[in-house]
Design a protein around this ligand. Structure first.
Ligand SMILES: [Zn+2]
Length: 270
């Protein structure tokens, strides 16, 4: 309870700081025709998800541009989505607007895509890092949204990571080298959840130092998110902010250690 109060106070402080500098907002782009009712439902879904990311971590220090496209008849509310990482930061959502608000809130796509925006694009070469990050964060955002319990998040981590471990066949390659081949084979789940082990391990080590990944991200977003960062700079910043070498040493494990990245304990989120 005290911890939650501390987070609320911290976020209120960050909001005040940001209000003085940048005005972060959601900017809506309707790429296809949507009815007034559909627009309201889609806006509620994204507004709530953005609020969950900002409560869990920190307010985005820039406007978030949301583009909606119609994609009906695929059997799911969000058949396709991807981030926009140019001059502006945002997400393209291809949606079937016939689904209910609850169906959209129960879907992991928006928590995943909006989590991507918390760190800069690190390039295709390191897509395992970006996807691992968004995969690790997405269920915590869903917990913040109130659609998953802490135990359900831990169970999902356990299931996805164990499945990725069992499906991994490139035992003679370090994961960082295997990533391109996994992408070529369209083994996306193995790629994403193998990458998530990097963040699971980093979070585990941070929590042994009485910190956590989300706590560290608060500092990162406030100081450094708007600076251009490649992977090396990002890892160096995270090491610096945590006063440790957790991120660079875990990166070396992914780059040097053959086989699927090892993991110790899969903890529920903090
Ligand atoms: Zn992604």
């Amino acid at each position: 309870m005290i911890y939650r109060l501390a987070i609320l106070l911290r976020n209120a402080f960050l909001y005040l700081m940001l209000a003085g500098s940048a005005q972060a907002d959601i900017v809506w782009h309707w790429q296809d025709d949507f009815s007034g009712q559909e627009k309201e439902r889609l806006k509620t879904w994204i507004t709530r998800t953005v609020a969950a990311v900002e409560t869990l971590v920190a307010p985005y220090p820039f406007d978030v541009h949301i583009h909606f496209y119609r994609m009906p008849g695929r059997g799911e509310p969000v058949p396709w989505a991807n981030t926009r990482r140019g001059r502006v930061q945002g997400v393209n959502f291809h949606v079937d607007p016939s689904y209910s608000l609850q169906s959209f809130l129960d879907d992991w796509t928006a928590p995943h895509e909006l989590s991507h925006l918390l760190i800069p694009s690190v390039g295709d070469r390191y897509s395992w890092f970006a996807e691992g990050f968004a995969s690790y964060m997405q269920y915590q955002v869903m917990m913040e949204l109130g659609v998953l319990s802490r135990k359900q998040v831990a169970d999902k981590y356990q299931r996805h990571i164990t499945q990725a471990y069992e499906n991994y066949r490139l035992h003679r390659l370090p994961f960082d080298r295997a990533a391109a081949e996994l992408r070529r084979r369209r083994a996306y789940s193995t790629l994403y959840w193998g990458g998530a082990v990097y963040f699971l391990q980093a979070d585990f080590q941070l929590r042994q130092q009485n910190s956590s990944l989300t706590e560290l991200l608060v500092d990162y977003v406030a100081c450094c998110r708007t600076q251009p960062n490649g992977l090396a700079e990002l890892v160096e910043k995270l090491d610096g902010l945590s006063g440790s070498d957790i991120f660079s040493s875990q990166l070396r494990v992914m780059q040097k250690q053959h086989g699927f990245p090892l993991f110790s304990v899969i903890l529920p989120p903090s």
